[in-house]
Design a protein around this ligand. Structure first.
Ligand SMILES: CC(C)(COP(=O)(O)OP(=O)(O)OC[C@H]1O[C@@H](n2cnc3c(N)ncnc32)[C@H](O)[C@@H]1OP(=O)(O)O)[C@@H](O)C(=O)NCCC(=O)NCCS
Length: 164
């Protein structure tokens, strides 16, 4: 029988594994963005996206952004991670960067991580949870995963660019 995925707190030794997961998971998203924006605009804004994403994840791991981080372990291998924050004033928690390694996607790990974080946020007195994602095709898996997890109140937005 297949071993259950375990969701647990971050350990110091996990950081580089989750940075690698983030970069692998965001590759198709940035590839799509390059296609939409064209090389010139993409290079202006996102040429160093891997370093930027790695820095965001390391910063959350250092709690520099006040974020908590949990990891998903599948048969002893770190397969995913999720960052989240809580806000006592509004009682609205927020999920930040989260990803499952492409080799492990579509097996329910994302769903398990969201459930785990919902329980943690409830324990901290949060009444709602927010997450922001893209409306583009590359974020379709994220939108589906969030809707499956019960996110049902939506405020869509669109970002435009034009050449001058
Ligand atoms: C979003 C993400 C974490 C979901 O993780 P996951 O472990 O694959 O999610 P689950 O297996 O729990 O799947 C949840 C739902 O999403 C669907 N889903 C997963 N991958 C999908 C894909 N490529 N296309 C469409 N739906 C997909 C699943 O089928 C499931 O829905 P269903 O039960 O109705 O079929 C993962 O796709 C990922 O890392 N994406 C890249 C990074 C990213 O977008 N992060 C969020 C940024 S806001």
């Amino acid at each position: 029988m297949r071993q259950e995925v375990a969701i647990r707190e971050l350990r110091a030794g996990d950081v580089e594994a989750i940075v690698a997961i983030a970069v692998a998971a965001w590759e198709p998203i940035y590839a799509h963005r390059r296609q939409v924006m064209g090389d010139a605009l993409f290079e202006k804004l996102h040429s160093d996206w891997r370093e930027g994403k790695a820095a965001e994840v390391r910063s959350a791991c250092a709690r520099a952004a006040g974020a908590d981080v949990c990891v998903a372990e599948d048969a002893g291998r770190v397969a995913g991670f999720i960052t989240f924050t809580s806000d006592d004033a509004t009682q609205v928690g927020e999920i930040g960067n989260n990803a499952v390694h492409p080799d492990f996607q579509g097996r329910g790990i994302g769903t398990a991580m969201y459930r785990h974080v919902f329980a943690k946020l409830k324990e901290r007195g949060m009444r709602y949870v927010k997450v922001t994602t893209g409306g583009d095709p590359a974020h379709a898996p994220a939108r589906r995963a969030y809707e499956k997890a019960g996110f049902s109140i939506q405020l869509p937005s669109v970002t435009y660019y034009r050449e001058l």
